[in-house]
Design a protein around this ligand. Structure first.
Ligand code: GRF
Length: 187
């Protein structure tokens, strides 16, 4: 049976992209989609030989237009799963319809708590005793789709935002590949 093919969408550093590349994944990451020309994740893709589709949203008149271009690329490369990893855009109806139930995201909080940007800082500043990481399906909202898996970490009195962030990132890098494999192998 040919391997399942997947794309990662990312806008920034790409540590989760790297973790997927290094993990024993049940699918091939064949494409990185990036909306930020010059993002560090593109260097990682270059080093690991993963093809990239880089676009500048400002060059398009609408989300529907650039998502149609992305879909062309995804079909061309035979991608059936999309893993968002620090992709700083809301997925629109065009992509949602084309890849229904096949787009997942990782978020550094215990959703539905602390959706959106700066979730680690928000949890830290709220003074909660624990936070964590969620992997969830994408819907039209921001970090609102059905949760697939969550793991929590304690917030200690001597934590800083930085120490908490390191722990959460380590957890993300373990959790995301594991959940991806569970999903793919259960289909
Ligand atoms: C991660 O914390 C992820 O949960 C969030 O964006 C961050 C991306 O980090 N959605 P990286 O680019 O993978 O290092």
């Amino acid at each position: 049976m040919p391997n399942v093919k997947a794309a990662v969408f990312a806008s920034g550093t790409g540590s989760n992209f790297q973790a997927m590349i290094e993990a024993d994944l049940a699918c091939d990451i064949v494409l990185l989609v990036c909306d930020k020309p010059g993002a560090a994740v593109l260097d990682r893709a270059g080093l690991s030989g993963v093809s990239t589709f880089v676009f500048d949203p400002r060059a398009f008149t609408s989300k529907a237009e650039y998502e149609a271009k992305i879909i062309e690329k995804l079909y061309e490369t035979g991608v059936t799963w999309i893993f968002l990893a620090g992709y700083m855009r809301i997925i629109g109806a065009t992509l949602l319809e084309a890849f229904e139930g096949k787009i997942i995201n990782i978020h550094p909080s215990l959703l539905p708590a602390f959706p959106g940007k700066d979730a680690i800082k928000a949890a830290y500043n709220a003074g909660v005793g624990k936070t964590g990481v969620s992997v969830h399906f994408i819907d039209e909202g921001m970090d609102t789709g059905p949760v697939i898996a969550q793991e929590s970490v304690k917030i200690f009195p001597n934590d800083t935002i930085q120490t908490l962030q390191v722990r959460l990132q380590q957890l993300e890098h373990r959790l995301y590949p594991r959940v991806i494999n569970q999903l793919i192998l259960s289909k």
